[in-house]
Design a protein around this ligand. Structure first.
Ligand SMILES: Cc1cc2nc3c(=O)[nH]c(=O)nc-3n(C[C@H](O)[C@H](O)[C@H](O)COP(=O)(O)O)c2cc1C
Length: 369
């Protein structure tokens, strides 16, 4: 492979010129181990190391206290957190990179331990039957509180506030986390949303909150700096059970996203084998490329070869790499050199400190020894 590789070509996204199509997927790393759950120097170093990526999408960052569901994840709702993120965005920009923050509300994938004993919020009072990783280790999730209309209005406001804070912190944009079984995804799916009001029942009602979130965020930042993440065929993980209505719901959402001039749509191929489930889609890029008219970034289990191919085949404009970016801070340079990749250590995905976080070597460092 030469440097004519599709992945290494620049891409114009809205008014941003990104240097390549090797994007970094959002990944929770649980390093914000401080009472304010604010990013600090270690985050600055981690993201700086990965700034040759065309676009970094940060780890999910909670938009409110009630939006949290894991230990030591950073927030984007307080002044301390905004100050912490400023260091990160400055570092990435100094290296000539671009960075969006992922705005996150976990909904029911949480535990009362995070909320002074109060129940987590969700569209309906249905226990996802998952484990929550709390400060006292893994605990069973509980039946959440069904959100009132006021809770929903407040949550939309929290997303907007998160976006406003993101702008203040110097981010190039935001990605709305409406994926992987978290709050917004819980609204989309009829198995997690049994509401009988304007947010439940029909496809349009279940999708409504996403568009309200986008409309609210648009008030504080340009539409072409907003990305949306979806995982249509997610099934059997993160408490999410798909059904016959799932794909028609995503068909509706994705065609309606064409009404906006978004930065991008970020889709994941199925996280598990869904080939035996007749109502799910096995090839997400193939189904949605013809439907979505804007920039489409695809994710999940891509390597250099598959990444180049999906772009060459016209099925995506960019590829988001997750785990390969954990252990290869210079993933772009390794693709340029057709070099081998380092393996990731899953035991340090979520542990505090530098180990398994900022201590992966670049090719250059390995050569120097
Ligand atoms: C350690 C870890 C943390 C993750 N955290 C997030 C997250 O905060 N937000 C999100 O949307 N996806 C998250 N994901 C999913 C990744 O973005 C990506 O979809 C997944 O790793 C598959 O891509 P890959 O095969 O390139 O790793 C996480 C994945 C890993 C491995």
């Amino acid at each position: 492979m030469t440097n004519q590789q599709a992945l290494l070509q620049p891409i114009k996204m809205g008014d941003l010129e990104l240097k390549n199509r090797v994007w970094m997927a959002p990944m929770t790393r649980s390093r914000a181990a401080n009472p304010e759950t604010k990013p600090f120097e270690i985050h600055e170093e981690y993201y700086r190391q990965r700034a040759s990526s065309g676009l970094i999408i940060t780890e999910g960052s909670q938009i409110s206290e009630i939006g949290v569901g894991y230990i030591n994840t950073p927030g984007i709702y307080s002044t301390d957190q905004v100050e912490g993120w400023k260091k990160v965005t400055r570092a990435v920009h100094e290296e000539g990179g671009h960075i969006f923050i992922q705005l996150w509300h976990v909904g029911r994938i949480s535990h009362p331990d995070f909320h002074n004993g109060e129940l987590p919020l969700a569209p309906s009072a249905i226990n996802p039957g998952e484990k929550s990783y709390t400060y006292q280790g893994f605990k069973d999730t509980v039946t959440p509180k069904e959100m009132t209309l006021e809770d929903i209005t407040q949550t939309i406001e929290d997303f907007k506030n998160g976006a406003k804070n993101a702008m203040e912190a110097g981010f190039d944009g935001v990605e709305i986390h409406s994926s992987n079984g978290y709050l917004l995804h819980q609204f989309f799916n009829a198995t997690s949303n049994t509401r009988t009001d304007e947010y439940g029942g029909s496809v349009e009602n279940r999708a409504k909150i996403l568009f309200q979130v986008i409309d609210a965020i648009k008030e504080v930042m340009p539409e072409n700096r907003i990305g949306v993440r979806l995982n249509p065929s997610l099934n059997g993980v993160f408490g999410m059970e798909a059904d016959e209505e799932t794909i028609p719901t995503f068909d509706y959402i994705i065609s309606k996203l064409n009404d906006y001039n978004l930065a991008y749509l970020h889709l994941s191929e199925p996280f598990t084998d869904v080939s035996a489930i007749p109502f799910l889609v096995t090839n997400i890029a193939k189904r949605y490329r013809p439907i979505y008219k804007g920039t489409l970034v695809i994710n999940s289990a891509f390597d250099q070869e598959k990444g180049n191919k999906v772009i060459e085949d016209g099925l995506a404009d960019a590829v988001a790499f997750g785990k390969p970016f954990i252990s290869n801070p210079d993933l772009v340079e390794r693709f340029e050199a057709n070099a081998e990749l380092a393996d990731w250590d899953k035991d340090t995905f979520y542990t505090p400190g530098e180990k398994g976080y900022t201590d992966y070597a670049t090719l250059e460092e390995i050569k120097v020894g």
